[in-house]
Design a binder for this molecule. Sequence first.
Ligand code: ARG
Length: 463
Amino acid sequence: MSETTGQLWGGRFTEKPDETFAEFNNSLRLDKRLFAADVRASIAHANGLAGAGVLTADEAAAITSGLAQMLALGDADDSIFDGSDAEDVHSFIEGRLIAAIGDTGRKLHTGRSRNDQVATAFRLWLRDEIDRLDELIRLAQASLVNAAERHAEAVLPGYTHLQRAQPVMWAHWCLAYFEMLKRDRERLADARKRVNILPLGSGALAGTGFPFDREAVARELGFDGISANSLDAVSDRDFAVEFASVCSLIMVHLSRLAEDLIIYCSTEFGFVSLSDAVSSGSSLMPQKKNPDALELLRGKSGRVFGNNMALLATLKGLPLAYNKDMQEDKEGVFDTVDTVSISLRAAAIVLENLTVNEVRTREAATKGYLNATELADYLVKKGVPFRTAHETVGRAVLFAIGQGKELHELGVETLREFSPEIGEDVADALNLEATLAAKSTIGGTSPDRVRAALAAAKKYLEN
Ligand code: ARG
């Protein structure tokens, strides 16, 4: 191997690579992100080689300390990659090690291929990113809980088809998104199980001829287990697809949250106000305050879905085992990690800083016949079959619309004309508090249930 270029296959070739091809083939500018993971995995590999009797203790020590020094240097300063013409981060590291410690470094790649090496580094890197993302989701969940608690008494019209449906607590809305993010964390934890498997020891595709203790190497790197089939191990990117797809769902959830809030902060709704800190003005219209942070949450989701699709498309036609197509696996995953991370942080900041216009949301929750179902339920409790009650209340609503009044503004006498079952107690049944309190099944929006759900959410966040 040439120490300066990191060229790995000199022997077989008589001609230099074409410059355009070299540029096309080169992935260092992207996969340098795997630097720390690859060095760590290389240290474990060297220890594995020592265990297999391939390296003496002194050789292993020279290699591992050379790698550790490189790691410290690279962690501190990204410029170590500047000017390198190594093909990828793996050849960069090996070339640099040989330059630093001499011929002993040429033994590191024994029993290893870049095929099992890249799969190992990618998994190691992704495992740590998953842990970081999990924490960011937790922080976004905490922001939802804070937003719920800041407006613990606030009521919101709930919608279906974006038509006013039934009133809900604002905190119930917040906790709906909390639940989505909770499932995202579960999915991430589940995907992590399949990420955290060691491919090293699979060689290029067939395994290795050296008595390499893969279990020991796995333990050293914190992997939960080792891959069972070398052909599969070097060509499996399911773990990356799963991750990209979990991230797609995270973005679906953030995008829907954003869309709700974009609607709620419009002048027409006026339910929430965003802080200036997460809004932008218009270069032309002086009055504008635009919800850019939310629109970007919605917009960036598209790219994350695209990364997911791109990975599937890259993999679909590949014969076993490794093919260079697979070098294309990383760019999208890196972008997904970056995009989802900043999106979670942005969502948390928006939530920490928004205020609910409680007067306006309460007023909205009492206009538009959001208590019509309540009246039907009232009739059911008086013995009327639901289908009949539904019909009766439908007629009452139609009448009320004609009068320009709400149901609770019609008065008992008028309401009784629609059904003799209606009594004086109807007024109590129709008021907002009663409507909310009635929804007391587990998972419902009654204030008691929501208080309990909020307490459970806070408890969950402590773990
Ligand atoms: N840089 C490559 C990747 O990211 C690993 C190299 C494997 N190359 C090879 N010719 N076998 O996939």
